[in-house]
Design a protein around this ligand. Structure first.
Ligand code: HEM
Length: 141
């Protein structure tokens, strides 16, 4: 196998393209993607039941819209503090379900965004999803 050129590996390590997405997409589009994702997740065969306890969907969507807005490089506009590791650990989500989450997230991104923007957001979401998966694996031993 040929090694990738040094420049491209450096780019991969330092790829912060996703931090520009708040600018490129804007708050409204980010929130639209998040709303669409959580509208679909409620009906999802393997993921839906974990959301059965959600009392206020508008609040949850607003919270997660803000989560992504900040993660994609925007300035915070809510006071929220997030602890996704603790939340998912508490829910005892089987690590394998992260794959289902990523499939649905990827489909939602493609539905709303250009290929380029969908790809940049998906790379970031995949990284986060793998952190959550590793944490769930560590805590299910
Ligand atoms: C197996 C897949 C997953 C399931 C079933 C799941 C389910 C949930 C549920 C039920 C909540 C709590 C809702 C509430 O506040 O009542 C939640 C919160 C959250 N999830 Fe997930 N999730 C999954 C994967 C992910 C992934 C991969 C990410 C990020 C890339 C993510 C990001 C978040 C965030 C940021 C919160 C809010 C945490 C907080 O309030 O501190 N989730 N999730």
């Amino acid at each position: 196998m040929t090694k990738p050129p040094v420049e491209s590996s450096v780019t991969a390590v330092n790829d912060n393209t996703y931090r520009q997405l708040h600018n490129v997409l804007g708050k409204e589009t980010i929130q639209t993607v998040v709303n669409s994702f959580y509208d679909q997740i409620q009906q999802h065969p393997t993921l839906g039941s974990y959301f059965a306890g959600v009392k206020d969907w508008d609040e949850l969507k607003a919270r997660l819209g803000h989560f992504w807005w900040i993660d994609l490089g925007g300035k915070r506009y809510r006071e929220d503090i997030y602890n996704p590791h603790a939340v998912h650990r508490f829910l005892k989500i089987p690590p394998a379900l992260i794959d289902d989450w990523l499939v649905l997230f990827s489909a939602t991104l493609s539905e709303h965004l250009s290929d380029e923007n969908a790809k940049a957001w998906l790379i970031r979401a995949t990284k986060m999803a793998e952190w959550i998966r590793t944490d769930l694996q560590e805590h299910s031993k």
